[in-house]
Design a protein around this ligand. Structure first.
Ligand code: NAP
Length: 480
């Protein structure tokens, strides 16, 4: 099948219910080969200010909706996303460069994220507090209610431009807030298309505003605006650290990176896990926050696993992202590919063995697997965010757990053994936000609580959990 033609489109920003342009045009191109795909506009300071003012009005309108009405709004957005799924998938491929099949997967998950947000809107509730259980509580009654915060800023990365945006917008609207969204400068298209969909679904003016521009200018201005009650950020630890420092006492959630690991015990189900490890290592060219980067494989199965894993990596078809049969396409840009290539070369210069891949062509890096890598090499201990996997052998489970816990990150980890006792004990010892037993750490469904320890972040996503972060718990206590 041939590659479908690409027609360049133009996407203004959405502020209130107005489509806004500035003189500062930014071209968006396909990461795979630089084909121009769209033009967007960089916001200036006045545009960001206008978006915050619109969002303040939007926040009032959202807070006035009942939970049922917010839930219905989100449900309509889900239905429209389902109707326009293929348009969205194509936009995600064009901006992020992931394969069309991966983009369709993202759009399907995005529908689940909005559905879970609609559900969270209906179930948002407080509790009755047993005041008379305290010595001085006689005759007092209390309940808690969850109230919206106001304007929430969503700052999102390039790798899941639609679904990770919806992980913020869905719960924010479910909780009765409004949103100012700044997508990645590389991937603003699906968010701008989503803005059109939100209007069609009947979102109040100013409930969802999208401003485009760079992180350094537009992102910083948003973060430093005191009218914004909360920043919900997904991206790198470097930017997360800056946002945390700039926001003082305002609320922040940070969803950041990782160098995720799986531990394969001698009795694990290799037939199931082999293709899962290949997928988890190279999906989206490794640009997933829970990409499988480090595999700790027990020495008794290491040889068998290594041969089959390398064969799996070699079998992946690398190519144009719009081609239906492509398994893996490019990284987000050439600079990212050059970084991955240089990390591999550095590891090899210190004695690592490159088992397959690692060659670069423009923004494309062939799926790479390494072994015998010194533990302090970047390919092991920093976030690769590229198609490379490091294989480690171990003999004692405690040592593998210790190696995983030595990471500066802690998003998710996998432990694979049918022995329930060993799996549970390992799960308790692993210092991460989520342990996946008998599968890879890249496993996620959108309703589960998701977030990390250490440099991987603070706060949890998953709509039911995110609405708690995006509301204020108020106590109402009365006498009599
Ligand atoms: P990034 O460079 O940190 O950018 C993330 C967002 O922050 C972008 O919208 C960026 O805008 C903006 N930004 C940059 N500098 C800023 C500043 N000084 N103030 C405010 N905003 C600023 O991350 P990325 O390269 O797009 O994404 C990759 C990272 O995201 C990886 O570390 C990955 O692990 C992480 N991630 C984490 C999760 C999770 O759920 N834990 C999920 C996906 C990705 P510009 O793009 O315009 O610079």
């Amino acid at each position: 099948m041939g590659i479908p033609a690409i027609k360049k489109q133009n996407f203004p920003m959405l502020i209130g219910n107005d489509w806004v342009q500035t003189p500062r045009i930014r071209p968006i191109s396909l990461p795979y080969d630089g084909t121009p795909v769209a033009e967007v506009y960089d916001a200036d300071a006045a545009t960001v200010d206008r978006a915050v003012v619109a969002a303040q009005k939007g926040a009032k309108a959202m807070a006035a909706l009942t939970q049922y009405e917010r839930s219905e709004l989100l449900q309509r957005m889900k239905d429209l996303l389902e109707r326009d799924a293929e348009d969205f998938a194509r936009l995600v491929t064009l901006e992020a460069g992931k394969t069309i099949r991966e983009a369709r997967g993202e759009v399907a998950r995005s529908q689940q994220t909005i559905a879970a947000s609609a559900d969270a809107a209906r179930h948002l509730q407080g509790e009755v507090v047993p005041m008379e259980a305290a010595p001085t509580g006689r005759g007092r009654w209390a309940i808690t209610v969850r109230e919206p915060l106001g304007v929430i800023a969503a700052i999102t990365p390039f790798n899941f431009p639609l679904n990770l945006a919806l992980h913020k917008i869905g719960p924010a609207l479910a909780a009765g807030n409004s949103v100012v969204h700044k997508p990645s400068e590389n991937t603003p298209l699906s968010a701008l298309r989503l803005a059109r969909l939100a209007i069609e679904a009947g979102a109040p003016a100013g409930a969802y505003n999208v401003v485009t521009g760079t992180g350094e200018e537009t992102g910083r201005q948003i973060v430093n605006d005191p009218r914004i009650a909360m920043i919900t950020f997904t991206g790198s630890p470097e930017v997360g650290r800056e946002i945390r420092a700039a926001t003082g006492l305002r609320r922040v959630t940070l969803e950041m990176g990782s160098n995720s690991s799986v531990i394969l015990e001698p009795d694990c189900d290799l037939d199931f896990l082999l293709p899962r490890c290949v997928l988890a290592g190279y999906a989206l060219a490794g640009q997933v926050c829970i990409s499988l980067q480090n595999i700790y494989v027990h020495e008794s199965i290491a040889e068998d696993f290594t041969g089959r894993f390398v064969a799996g990596a070699r079998a992946l078809k690398v190519g144009h992202p719009l081609e239906e049969t492509t398994d893996m396409a490019s990284l987000i840009n050439e600079a990212a590919a050059e970084r991955v290539e240089s990390w591999i070369k550095h590891a090899v210069s210190r004695g690592a063995r490159l088992l397959t891949g690692g060659t670069r062509r423009g923004a494309i890096v062939e799926p790479a697997a390494l072994t015998d890598v010194p533990a302090d090499e970047d390919v092991c201990c920093k976030e690769a965010f590229g198609p490379l996997v490091v294989l480690h052998r171990y003999s004692r489970l405690e040592d593998a757990i210790e190696a995983v816990n030595a990471s500066q990150y802690g998003l998710q980890a996998g432990i694979c053994t049918p022995d329930i006792g060993r799996a549970f004990e390992s799960a308790r010892k692993l210092h991460v936000g989520g342990v996946i037993v008998n599968d890879v750490p890249a496993f996620r469904v959108d309703l589960m609580p998701y977030g990390g320890t250490k440099l991987s972040g603070m706060g949890r996503e998953g709509p039911r959990y995110a609405v708690e972060e995006m509301t204020e718990l108020k106590l109402i206590c009365w006498r009599g």
